[in-house]
Design a protein around this ligand. Sequence first.
Ligand code: DQQ
Length: 568
Amino acid sequence: LFFFFIYSMNWISLEIYNNKKDPCGPMYYNGIYHEFYQYNPDGSFNPNTSYNIVWGHSVSTDLVNWITLEPAIEPDTPNDIKGCWSGSATIVSGDQPVIIYTGVIDIEKHQVQNIALPKNRSDPYLREWTKAGNNPVIQSGVPGLNSGQFRDPTTGWIGPDGLWRIAVGAQLNGYGAALLYKSEDFLNWTRVDHPLYSSNASIMLECLDFFAVLPGSNNGLDMSSAIPNGAKHVLKMGLNFGEDVYVIGVYDLKRDVFVPDTDDSRLWPRIDYGNFYASKTFFDSKHGRRIIWAWTTETDSSSDDVAKGWAGIHSFPRTIWLDSDSKRLLQWPVEEIESLRGNEINHQGLDLKMGDLFEIEGADTLQADIEIDFELTSIDDADPFDPSWLFDAEKHCREADASVHGSIGPFGLVILASDDTEEHTVVHFRVYKSQKNYMILMCSDLRRSSLTPGLDTPTYGGFFEFDLEKERKISLRTLVSWVAFVSFLQLHVHSLTELKMYTTIQIDRSAVESFGGGGRVCIMARVYPVSLVDDNRQPHMYAFNNGSATVRVPQLRAWSMRRAQVSV
Ligand code: DQQ
């Protein structure tokens, strides 16, 4: 019976899509935004156990509404026969898009780097890509380099000598390294005899990104052209296969190395303190901004994933730029998202005393965009800050949860709450006084986010420094349950043609993305509430304060959000 079952599955297999992972090669070209992504056509299984990863491909004119196309790159040559892994796109000579990506060449998962070019540049959607004849353009072959940890080439940048450069994540002599390669024509590459940067903070650096930023300017810089004086550089690294951190520093053009402002990896901020990995930026020449997005995993069970037919989403695209003090990157959802805002709820001048819970009514609490400012009436009696908390904000958020009174805070939002608040998600702040400034802790506490047992319900947290003497207002923006996706069934009838049927667009209810302090700390979280959502009743949303000091809310706005169009 078992054999028959397997056989029948192989013959008429109802494959339910699918597993979506890393964003790859995002770019803006000729009026179209392209988003490629790691995509597992064999179903909702972990792609690391599959040898068939392709580059899925979606296009958009506004970063909100998307059209899903056929995969752009698939394993079909000896240089990528066991998987087309992550990589980047570069616009060369102003009008030639080039993808450089990692190919897996055998079941031991040895990796090389390949080039692909659009088959027809006049196709606005760049649907078809052809692989360069001289692939693989970069092979491992370096003493001490583990060819099974050698991947994720970055977008190229131009050096002072006019040559192209890229960095490739690697494990060199047991440690993480950003290997550096140079090229005149972006097709033939030679390795530079030293890495752009290496670190013992991780045995591998995944999904590298390297880009220039100007202090205090939210204009992006195009790495395909000369970088203005006074620019800083950011090296973004995926550490320990799961943590996206960034380091601000200086790119020493003479020595061709990146010199970080601090080598203490414990102080490297995370791009996002939640469920957010394999992030990638690109320069959006349409608006002159740098945009970042990332892969967010499911935190329900894999059987749920197979049952719902998909797994893995991408966070909403965010503009990313350097704060004026050059110490922190700031992020904010691209303003195009505001085109989905429906009716607005607006409250001014609320006072939240300790224990107050103010219900925010009138917005679609299942699909909402909330912006709230918290103004501190007094900052003198802020609790003292313990610097050791910096190294484990999550632990502090777990111990000092929303029910633990502080002098200033916790205050914030309760969202996706059931009638008896038995089920709810909390996003809150706490204010501490450090030696020279104030430290704000932002937590996203998922421990009560779902009544379904067995889910992964962490408590995320991150600190940001803030000068409350200058600015007594701490802002929070939270986007609730924010996923539009297409689930589609693909009937493979192997002996005949392939028959594809697409079903409806569904809106999932599982993402809570928060931006604290104007985007100084960002937390993407996945929640799977059941109590009201299943019977399609509106959960509750509250602003709250559980700290001794009264907190004012000068402005609270909430919008119901319309659905994005995701068509196939
Ligand atoms: N996922 C890709 C790799 C990358 C990893 C494979 C990060 O290229 O390093 O699907 O999630």
